[in-house]
Every structure is written in structure tokens, then in C-alpha cells.
Design a binder for this molecule. Sequence first.
Ligand code: ZN
Length: 712
Amino acid sequence: MCAALAAVLSVAAETCGARAQSSNAPFGPANPFYAPSTLPFHAPPFDKIKDSDYQPAFDAGMAQQLAEVEKIADNPAPPTFENTLIALQKSGRLLDRVNAAFNCVTGANTDPELEKVQEYEAPRLQAEQDEIDLNARLFARIKAIYNQRTSLHLDPESLRLIEYQYQQFVRAGANLSDADKTRLKKINEEDSSLSNAFQTKLLAAAKAGAYLATDASALAGLGQVQISAAADAAKARQQQGWLIPLQNTTQQPDLTFLTNRATRQALFEASWNRAEHGDANDTRATIARLAQLREQKAALLGYPNYAAWTLTDQMAKTPEAAVHFVDALVPAATAKAESEAQEIQSVIDAQHGGFTLAPWDWNFYAEQVRKAKYDLDESQVKPYFELDNVLQNGVFYAAHQLYGLTFKERHDIPVYQPDVRVFEVFDADGKPLALFYCDYFQRDNKNGGAWMDVLVNQSKLLGTLPVVYNVANFDKPVPGQPALISFEDVTTMFHEFGHALHGIFADTEYPSLSGTQVARDFVEFPSQFNEHWASFPEVFAHFAHHYQTGEPMPAELAAKIQRAEKFNQGYRLTELLAAAELDLQWHTLPATAPLQDPDAFEKDVLTKTHLWLAAVPPRYRSSYFLHIWYNGYAAGYYAYLWTEMLDDDAFQWFEDHGGLTRANGDRFRRMILSRGNTEDLAKMYVAWLGAEPSIEPMLKFRGLKDANDTKR
Ligand SMILES: [Zn+2]
């Protein structure tokens, strides 16, 4: 739900060729990035920034940061915390300014000129970062400080900074001999090129795997809009008939509607086998080699397997902890999926189907179950969710009740697009705390999905307060009409604002440890936690009012929304668990493991984890699991579920302690939301909760367990 924007630049870096262009534009005081912004909260002067300002500012910013780092590395004075780590924290300010604004506009409001800059700068930024990470003189200083850290009498946050910096360098291979550094570089290069090859093959495989119907009757059940889209898709490829392109997950959206069982089976199999046709687009040899390379990399860096290396800076810390967590969810998830399967089978039997439920039937019949049991009419619901009302009386209201925050819209802060709104956030004592931008409406020059990011990072060392933003893709109403959104959109607003709160409450000394810069298996915790308030009765009743009459939503309709949340959760969780197991097992192979046969490996893993189920396939098959082979989620897919455990567990704590109260909110803010990455995240969580996290609340909120037998 929340895209990591940092990935935008790195993806471009991987795909971009050598389309170099040099910038002759001068960089001087006329460039709006030249000096720190004089606007409130150092907000970017979007009214003065032109597209052509970015590239010279990037070039100057990188040169400046490299010079600063060189100066630290070459300092003749012995290394101290002050002259090395603090100096590093203070470096790169210009680059930070331009990067933050650039990430924002390229994600939410891009254009061809910005895309060109992005393509040009991405590999240069990566190379600049590599140069810093591999600076041996700099690492020697950090290592010297790390080795004497316990005798330096520093505060806990400063100690954490030393450990964090040291770990980042070591993880990148700074401790290796020169010969091993060369080997590591070779492995990284092959990994990167195979990973790109995987993505290229998969794109081609998915394109070639699209389902083609030559007879209209095959598409029975699809709506007119879907059929026209399929006809257009075929035409675009100069093919006769109707084409259904493949989505990246195993299940395909149209399987919910197609009444022709043979079509469903054909479409499903097109998806399942997309990258396993033995042709040029077959990815199996690529992933087998990728897994092997990662085994070798881990061994070189001194770890038993790749997951062990990846998880060192995560909350879970070890593959054993992640595997144990995933394994523990399997019985409840598969039991629920089994009971859902029985329900679906009884629908099939009642209709005299005469067959056993198969994966391609699941969504089609589940939809009938959903209509019978949970049907929600969006057009009835939406009039109760007018966007501004949801924002002010829902999202902001919950933050006021929990944390005492108040919000005032500011029209004097420049924005990058007229739809963007800016709010100043005030603390309970009236002190200015942050700026919050929101940009909710869909535009065709905006990335899909929703996300949060930062324009200015909070840091006491740098004297900065946070400037954060939320972006989404809700339908924009025609002028004069209210923006009525779905409950899913409402939940998205609470989710992204949960990330925003993690940024807004940041109260740390060092910018590197501030706000949302935490491990992947923690970063979605505050956002998913904040989602819970969307349906919390006191909050829901405060914002769910009809936009014309002001009437609260009828209780029956509100109850339907709640019930619908529990639909199909056995299937949904099981397919995620299967994907998470595949990821973890691929990345816990030891360096001595032979090259794997992906199909045999996959079947073996799913069988031994009790997830080889006739009707519930993994959400991604190994051969098209883009997250782990290309998108940087290797040994990290479990994190989606891990953070869900945390947010449900945390919300259960709130429920057990009086719910929506200032006391609860302030405690959560003080012990979690304000802390960024200043402490070991597992310790931070346990200190707040007073116990280890439990999966029981997650099973309850997913509807996999009776609410009555759930104790935290
Ligand atoms: Zn998120």
C-alpha cells in the first residue's frame, strides 16, 4: 500500500543505459536549492523551483557531499565521535534538499524533463553512494570509534548511531580483504544483471502469456467495459479476438466474473505457467542461479545464508524468528481456508456443478458467497465518506483524541500542484510541530498507489522540524461536486497518515535515525496501526456522516462494512504465507546447496510447510516472484505479515487499556512514534508493550479466531 519512493531512483538506475548528457547550467545563488529554504519549516520553495534547477543542484550536491566526506576521511586528527560521525550526519545537506523535492515531484507530478533528469542522475547517485560506502579511510575511522564505543560515555542514541553506521559499512563488505571485496563486487554485478534479466524475461513472459479468446462466448460474465478493454488489448497487438493481459499475482481479477469454467482454467494456467514454457522467457534457470549467488554472497560476508545476512538489521533479526512466525500462522490460516473451501464447494454442489473446487474457481464462487453474506453497495456507502470530512473529522480527529494534535490549513506555503493542501500541525501545548502536505487526487503524471514521504527530515542536530506528505490516487470529482470515497480509500488515508505521524512525532538528534527510517519489518507498523482507528466506533461515528443531510451512517450499513472486512481471509492469508515461505526457504539455502530445480524446490517447500493446497496456490510462484528476485524484498516478504502482527497486537493493547485516550496515545508516541531508529526495534516494542508481540490479535482481527478466546 505504501510504495517506498527510494526505489524509484534505484529502479531507474538499473534500467538506464548510457544516455549521458552533461549539464552546463551554472549552479549559484539563483538556484532555489543553493541555500536552505527561508520558508516556514524550511519547506521547499516549489513556487521558485523549475525543472531545470534539479540537475545542476544534484551535480553540485554530490560534489559537495563527496568533498565533505573526503575531508572527514582525511582529517589528520585522531577519529572521534564528533569529527567523524557527527560530521557525517551534517554532510550532504544540499543533496538532501534537492533529493527530497525531486523524489516528491517525480513520484507525484512528473513530466518528460524530470524523467530525463531522473534517468541521468540515478546511476550517478548510486555511484556516489558506493564511493562513500567503500571509502576505506572513512571506514577505518568508524571502526576505530566502534571498537572503543563503550568507553566513550555516550548517550544511548549516539551509541546506536555508531552501531548503525558501523553495521551499514560491514553489511556492504567494508571488513573484507581486498581480494574478497573484488569477489563480492563480481557477485553483486552478476546478481544485479541476472535480476534485471529476470525482470525483462518476466515482463515479456507476462505479455506473451496474456489469454486470447477468439470466441465471444468464452468471455461470458465479463461486463461491457471489460470486454471492450479486452477487444482493445487484442487490437493493440494486431490480434483477432479478445485479450486478457496478465496481472502480476497468481489470481487474475477477471476470474471473479468469468462464468465459462474452461476459460477460467485457461486464464489461470496462463498465469501460473507464464514463465515456465521452456522458451527465452523462462525464468527458472535465472532464479536458480540467483539463489546460488546469494548463498555465495552470504558465505563471503560470514553468514550461514542470505536471509541471515539480510535480517541482521531487521526487527526479526534471524531467519529462524521469521520462519517461526510464518509457521505459527499456518494452522489457523489453512483451517480457515479449508472451511471457506467447504462453503464454496457447497455452492458449487447446490448449483449441480459436478466438479471439485479448483484454484480457478475460487474467486468466482467466493464472489457469490460474498454477495450473499457481506454485500456492500459502494454507492450507498460513499455519500458518508466525503474526503475533506474524513480528513478533518476522522483522520485529524483521531490524532487529536490520541495525541492532542491540532491542524490549521496554510495557504501561504507553495505547493508543486494546485490540488496539494498544506496543514500546519500543532502539538497539544500549541507549539508548531510539523507541516503536513496531502495530495489525494489521481493524475496521469502520478505513480499509482499511495505513499508517504518526507520533504524535511526532523533532527535536533540540524535544527529541523519535519515536513511530511501523503499522496494517493482517489478519483477527482468534477468541479463543484464533493469527493466521495470508498471505505478502502478511507482506510488508505488513515494508513498513510500513520506513516505521517511517525514522521511528525520524530524527536531524535541524528537525521539518519529519525522518523520512518526504520527496518522494513517495522516501517508499516505505525501506518497499519493507524488504520484501526478508521473503524473504531468513536472515530467512525465522528466522520461517517452523509455529505448532504449530515445524518450518521445507519448502524446496519456500518455493521456490513465491518463484516465485509472478514471476508475470504483464510484464502488471503494462506496465499501470503505460501509466498513468504517460498521467499524464506529460497534465501536460507546454505552455500553448499546445489543448483535447485525451482519446481521441485517449490513443491518440496510448500509440502513440508503444509501449504501445498489443491485450491489455494501461493500469491506468487517462484518463477514470477518479482518482489524477491528484482524488487529488493529478498528474505523480506514476511515483513508485510510481521508488521500486521505488530499493529494488531498494539491495537489490542489499546483496546485493553481504554481505547482512544490521550494517556494511551501519549505513551505510544513517547515510546514508539517519536523514537525512529534510535533503539533496537524489538527492545523498543517490548518495552512499550511489556511483553513479546503475539499473533493472537492478528488471528482475531482477520476473523480466523473467535474474538472471545483471544487474549493478548
Ligand atoms: Zn504503508
